[in-house]
Design a binder for this molecule. Structure first.
Ligand code: FAD
Length: 120
């Protein structure tokens, strides 16, 4: 019997980049040591468990060449853009202008509204 469901690498990739760039946009501009360590650990763990084994392996190599920069929100957003561009290069895609990353990606507005509702 053929299992139903699942996604292809492109759909998974697009959804994951949306998550990762939004995560980067949410990283504090002045993170505490704990916040820096947590996001750095998260990216390392992410690169171990990303559910596309060859993608994860190549991303671990990218992270070795480009260690996570999480000392500020803008540095982390830029790092994510650079890391994504490394993947783009490997796949023969156009690179993205990282000066425009804040025009493309930001916080999840409706998530922020939901957070306010929860704290009421
Ligand atoms: P995507 O690359 O998914 O990008 C989505 C949107 O992000 C684009 O439309 C663009 O507006 C924007 N964007 C593009 N580049 C940047 C950037 N540098 N910074 C900010 N925004 C940007 N696929 C493979 O076939 N092989 C792999 O080895 C592989 N490795 C991957 C590793 C990771 C960690 C992830 C998350 C995905 C990987 N993928 C891989 C999937 C691949 O990166 C793409 O997601 C997929 O090919 C679909 O590409 P896309 O052209 O729709 O745009």
């Amino acid at each position: 019997m053929v299992a139903e469901g699942g996604v292809d690498a492109d759909t998974l990739g697009r959804a994951t980049w949306t998550f990762l760039h939004t995560l980067a946009a949410t990283h504090p501009e002045k993170p505490s040591e704990t916040e820096k360590a947590r996001i750095t650990r998260f990216m390392k763990d992410f690169s171990e468990v990303y559910p596309c084994a060859p993608c994860a392996e190549s991303f671990r190599d990218i992270m070795k060449r480009n260690p996570v920069e999480a000392h500020s929100g803008s540095a982390f957003s830029r790092w994510m853009c650079v890391a994504h561009n490394e993947v783009n290069r490997e796949l023969g895609k156009d690179v993205f202008d990282c000066a425009k990353v804040a025009d493309k990606w930001g916080i999840c507005e409706s998530c922020a509204a939901h957070e306010e509702e929860l704290s009421d």
